[in-house]
Ligand binder design. Structure first.
Ligand code: FUB
Length: 324
């Protein structure tokens, strides 16, 4: 499927997390809506309140089933506002949804909600994960262990933390200093807490030096991890340079070496994705704002086939926009 396809033409969905459970493909997107909040660098205009789940057994030609609302902020006891990008992991017959949400003091944390089926509904825990902060959780399962990657700059509040402690005020590095890293943490056996202190995800350039804050390939938000032929592929959005980049490594904690751009800018400020193998092909799920004529808070889900070169690098996909 070389031509990208929009998946949910009758609604605005973004930030896809995608998994294959029991041989069926499940999509867990953010649910964009028009709330009338003006666009700003804090991302207040991304004012989402609930999640839907979608599934299919044929992503190229089949029907995409909408399982309806599976989690709503009105049912989350600690909810303030802004239900952003989630992910779902499966363990021992239960499905765990991890979601970023601002609490009543406007501070992002990561919450958990549990379901008996991949399509939900998901029942939220009374409190967020202890010690969690920032946004965009993505979970890798590896030999019965689960690793969560998370963090996002600007409205995602990652610049307010160092060594897992809140700073008095946000700090951004100078352009030639190491970039602010995302975080990775192993989850507890019951899937409900962190099992250790989150660690920085270090992304190196080809000379083995950490990417700097001024590098157009540095991390901003939207972590995703997949494995291909035994190598770990950590992919992410560069935010204000509007690309999806990827970096490779030999274990879940990294460090990872930046391999470049996998998706050039789309129409709309944000870019965000999942990479999944289904029925023998690899796919990039992502979003753009073409159907809303460029309204960056009203994004639409897309899928396109992703291809590797013989050396394991990913062929760059054209996003068709400038990130505006
Ligand atoms: O959808 C809200 C935020 O926009 C996500 O959490 C980010 O990754 C960006 O896509």
């Amino acid at each position: 499927m070389k031509t990208p396809k929009y998946l949910v033409p009758n609604d605005y969905m973004a930030d896809p997390a995608v998994h294959v459970f029991n041989g069926r493909l499940y999509i867990y997107p953010s649910h964009d809506r028009e709330s009338g909040i003006a666009e700003n660098d804090n991302g207040d205009h991304f004012d989402m309140k609930d999640y839907h789940v979608f599934s299919t057994d044929d992503i190229e030609n089949g029907v995409l089933t909408d399982h309806g609302v599976v989690l709503d902020t009105k049912d989350i006891p600690w909810a303030g506002r802004q239900l952003w990008d989630c992910d779902v992991a499966h363990k021992d017959g239960k499905y765990y949804m991890y979601f970023p949400l601002k609490d009543k003091n406007d501070v992002f944390h990561i919450g958990t909600a549990i379901a008996d089926k991949p399509e939900g509904p998901f029942i939220p825990q009374p409190d967020p994960i202890r010690g969690s902060y920032s946004i965009d959780p993505a979970v890798l399962e590896e030999n019965g262990e689960y690793y969560m990657y998370f963090g996002g700059l600007w409205g995602g509040q990652l610049q307010r933390y160092r060594d897992n402690k809140a700073l008095e005020a946000a700090v951004f590095p100078a352009a030639d200093e190491p970039a602010i890293p995302s975080r990775v943490v192993k989850l507890s056996k019951d899937m409900l807490q962190f099992a250790e202190e989150p660690r920085p995800v270090v992304i190196l350039d080809k000379n083995g030096k950490p990417l700097t804050h001024g590098d157009s390939h540095r991390y901003f938000e939207a972590s995703w991890m997949h494995k291909y032929k035994g190598t770990y592929y950590y992919s992410y959005s560069t935010g204000d340079t509007h690309q999806l980049c990827y970096a490779t490594g030999d274990n879940p904690y990294g460090p990872f070496t930046c391999q470049g751009v996998l998706l050039t800018p789309v129409v709309g400020w944000t870019t965000h994705h999942a990479i999944v193998e289904f029925k023998g092909k690899w796919y990039l799920f992502h979003h753009d704002s073409v159907p809303s004529s460029g309204k960056t808070w009203l994004r639409s889900l897309k899928v396109v086939e992703l291809e590797y070169n013989a050396d394991g690098t990913i062929q760059t996909i054209e996003g068709g926009g400038t990130g505006e």
